[in-house]
Design a protein. Structure first.
Length: 373
């Protein structure tokens, strides 16, 4: 879910970093060289999104001058535009080896991007930290801090993710993606107990009001910067369920207006429908509330297919456990992949449980649900 929807924006940021950084730099001081001319042609093709022509031009530059670090870097960059992470990796490494002193923060950022999209978040963190260190921590590098935040977020390290997204959003005057991601990290920091835990389904009673308010403010700021930002409207709507269900519905309706064909549209529509019928909603952190208790654990084997059997990770969901024993408004806070998310939603809807109680009476309560694979 996160990996897919953010890839294009990250690649565009990476391309712009590269183009701005390298514009006007000749190869080995030979401004009129054929290799340099080929590199310039490739950059123009890249800016015009003619990726195949750019790749051929960069290959030609390398053929003419094999020790040309910028040609290796830009060829790697062009491959990332096609999602060819494995092909791009060695080119970024070669660019670093060829650059005097190995100082090439943009190439390290390229390595970080490739390893991130391959699911190696630990390496992505290491590479992006190297990129920031080489650029200088006192210098703006918003794309790098945003990627660092994403890698921490996917590693369930929400505190450093929050700090990285803050840096990214502060370093660029308009950065709605980083602000929305900041909201996501603050939300998980507010509602999730630390630690991945054992495989299975657990109910999480953690809730930090100040973090949730900050998350909501971040989503609102993202929307101020980009009014048709569908994901920010969805996340704001979901975050508001426990605070203002009416406004939550309005934001979710805006999400459907801006992204009617989203893979999330079906469950968002169901959440809107469920919220219309819910009244007197409580939160799981309230004092004197007897919590929801699960009566049985669904088998994780039933939630996976042969293809996804080896998946490891956590899906964080929210749901309303009603006073009459039903599960409503099930929504994804942090997913793994769309097929597993859909199965997780189905499993949570079918949970059997004892309702929460307040003053001895069953009540409807909003809970975070964690499914660990």
């Amino acid at each position: 879910m996160i990996v897919v929807h953010r890839s294009r924006r990250f690649i565009c940021s990476l391309v712009m970093v590269g183009i701005c950084w390298m514009w006007g730099f000749p190869a080995s001081g030979q401004e009129a060289s054929e290799a340099y001319k080929s590199l310039q042609r490739g950059r123009i093709y890249l800016a015009r999104r003619n990726i195949d022509a750019a790749i051929e031009a960069f290959k030609k530059a390398i053929e003419l001058q094999a020790d040309y670090p910028e040609a290796h870097y830009y060829l790697g960059l062009a491959y990332t535009r096609k999602g060819l992470w494995a092909e791009a990796l060695p080119l970024f490494r070669q660019a670093i080896e060829l650059r005097e002193g190995g100082i090439y923060p943009e190439a390290y950022l390229g390595l970080a991007g490739c390893t991130y999209f391959q699911g190696d978040f630990a390496s992505a963190i290491e590479y992006v930290q190297k990129a920031i260190s080489q650029r200088g921590e006192d210098k703006p590098f918003a794309a790098a801090y945003n990627l660092l935040g994403l890698a921490y977020y996917r590693s369930d390290l929400y505190e450093p993710a929050v700090e990285a997204f803050r840096r990214a959003s502060q370093q660029r005057s308009r950065y709605p993606d980083a602000l929305c991601s900041l909201g996501d990290a603050l939300w998980l920091q507010a509602t999730t107990q630390p630690g991945r835990g054992e495989p299975g389904v657990t109910l999480d009673r953690a809730w930090k009001e100040s973090n949730m308010r900050e998350a909501i403010a971040a989503y609102r700021q993202a929307i101020e910067q980009q009014s048709n930002f569908a994901r920010a409207h969805r996340q704001l709507g979901l975050a508001l369920i426990g605070i203002d269900p009416e406004e939550a519905r309005r934001e979710l309706e805006l999400f459907l207006q801006y992204a009617p064909h989203s893979s999330d549209a079906a469950w968002v529509q169901q959440v809107i429908k469920d919220l219309r019928k819910i009244s007197d909603l409580h939160r799981c952190d309230e004092a004197d509330l007897t919590p929801v208790t699960l009566q049985s654990q669904p088998s994780l084997e039933s939630l996976t297919t042969e293809e996804t059997r080896r998946v490891k990770g956590v899906i964080e969901l929210g749901a309303i456990f009603t006073a009459d024993g039903k599960v409503k408004a099930v929504h994804v806070i942090k997913g793994l992949r769309s097929d597993l998310d859909a199965q997780a939603i189905k499993a949570v809807r079918n949970l059997k449980f004892q309702p929460a109680k307040k003053d001895g009476k069953p009540v409807s309560v909003l809970n975070t649900v964690r499914i660990t694979y």
